[in-house]
Design a protein around this ligand. Structure first.
Ligand SMILES: Cc1cc2nc3c(=O)[nH]c(=O)nc-3n(C[C@H](O)[C@H](O)[C@H](O)COP(=O)(O)OP(=O)(O)OC[C@H]3O[C@@H](n4cnc5c(N)ncnc54)[C@H](O)[C@@H]3O)c2cc1C
Length: 383
């Protein structure tokens, strides 16, 4: 069978690796709109569920040494005073670039088509092959996708397949085509994500994820070491209170300088060592739980299926867990009917988890927006 993966980010590469050795993954093509290496150098936290999933998908890679261990979270006031400190199950802080490089290595046998933006999907019925299943109401033609349309170097092209995986991120085109009723929620919180070259600070941070909170709520900074030299840090803010932050180096640097003046030494050091030209302004949006994650021979994976708020740290981890479950469910699939059943099962198993992440994200966002006098800050991680 031929599998077509739409999007070559975390979920897409993990999916290609997960299909290795299966009949569904005999031939795998990944359509990715960006060029290789365009991912940039941000980092993120791999939680225990993400690391477990990686070890099932690609056991040949030493994932646990691919980043820096994080085993404690310190919740602190803006001035630096520690409010509480919590041991956590070891997680990893990884560089997005390095991590995607490893995932691509794991996806090795797949054909990458870069600079390919998917714009449409064609049903088998539209493609003219009107086969019908029997007995159980399964209409093979109506329920089955036959090809994707994409725009690439050579103009508009089509690519046929037997199985399709929509891994094209939070603003998924695949989801819009197949489940047009699913809509992302409004932006309430924005996050400026930055990387600082700061070896002395990285040493001081050690294996602790430090999170600093403004007393009035709606403004917080997370700081953690991603290597001996690099520190990943992010500023989360209520975008209704500060609506005008521009996604430019000057806009982000100006906001941070004004709002974080007088914050703890760690925040000041991270700020001083940051090139805001490389920072990213992330308008965080979640996706209310969907009624189904699969239709016929197509499934949504990762943010396309369950974009969640950053407070859970479950975005990339959720995508990895999706791929690991699909690996298990698709291992013995050899025909279209079994494929459809496996994808329905995937949807049924993952939906409750996605619902929980959505609710947790919302709960953590409320806690973030509330002034500290309404309660102590909460640990911003969910496993
Ligand atoms: C700044 C930032 C910091 C983050 N920090 C964390 C963190 O600490 N922990 C965590 O778990 N998560 C974090 N996330 C979220 C995490 O990156 C995502 O949840 C995760 O990457 C989801 O993987 P994905 O494959 O679903 O989507 P993505 O990794 O976004 O990949 C989607 C891919 O699809 C491609 N694509 C999109 N549309 C098309 C199209 N029409 N045709 C072809 N290709 C297309 C895109 O170019 C992209 O490569 C962060 C996200 C951002 C933006």
């Amino acid at each position: 069978m031929r599998s077509v993966i739409i999007g070559g980010g975390v979920g897409g590469c993990a999916m290609a690796a997960a299909l290795r050795g299966s009949a569904v993954g005999r031939e795998v093509a990944i359509l990715e709109r960006r060029a290789v290496g365009a991912a940039g150098g941000m980092g993120f936290i791999l939680m225990p569920n993400g690391v477990d999933a990686l070890e099932r998908i690609a056991p040949e890679i030493a994932w646990r040494s691919s980043g820096r261990t994080i085993d404690r979270v310190a919740l602190r006031a803006a001035c630096g005073r520690e409010l509480s400190s919590h041991a956590i199950d070891p997680a990893l802080c990884v560089s997005r670039e390095r991590f995607l490089g490893l995932l691509r290595q794991a996806a090795g046998g797949a054909r990458f088509i870069e600079g390919a933006t998917v714009t449409g999907l064609t049903h088998r019925a539209e493609a003219g092959a009107g086969e019908r299943g029997s007995g159980d109401g399964f209409d093979l033609a109506a329920d089955t996708f036959a090809s994707v349309t994409y725009t690439g170097d050579r103009g508009v092209e089509q690519l046929g397949g037997d199985a399709f995986f929509g891994c094209d991120g939070a603003a998924s085109r695949t989801r819009a085509l197949v489940f047009p009723e699913a809509q992302l929620a409004e932006v309430v919180v924005k996050e400026i994500v930055s990387v600082a070259h700061a070896p002395a600070l990285a040493k001081r941070l050690g294996s602790t994820f430090h999170k600093f909170h403004d007393e009035e709520g709606g403004l917080a900074v997370g700081v953690l070491a991603e290597s001996d030299e690099r520190v990943v840090w992010f500023t989360q803010f209520d975008s209704r209170r500060w609506p005008g932050v521009a996604a430019t180096a000057a806009g982000m640097a100006g906001f941070v300088a004004e709002r974080l003046a007088g914050w703890s030494d760690e925040v000041a050091e991270a700020c001083a060592a940051t090139d805001f030209g490389r920072s990213h302004l992330w308008p965080t949006r979640d996706l209310p739980p969907m009624a189904s994650l699969a239709r016929g021979n197509l499934a949504l994976v990762g943010d396309a299926a369950h974009a969640c708020l950053p407070f859970t740290s479950q975005g990339a981890n959720g995508a990895l867990a999706d791929a690991a479950l699909l690996q298990e469910l698709l291992a013995e699939v050899r025909d279209p009917r079994a494929l459809r059943t496996a994808l329905e099962r995937y949807s049924a198993v993952r939906r409750p988890h996605h619902r929980r992440m959505f609710m947790e994200g919302r709960r953590l966002r409320e806690a973030f927006l509330a002034p500290m006098r309404h309660g102590a800050p909460v640990v911003p991680l969910v496993d």
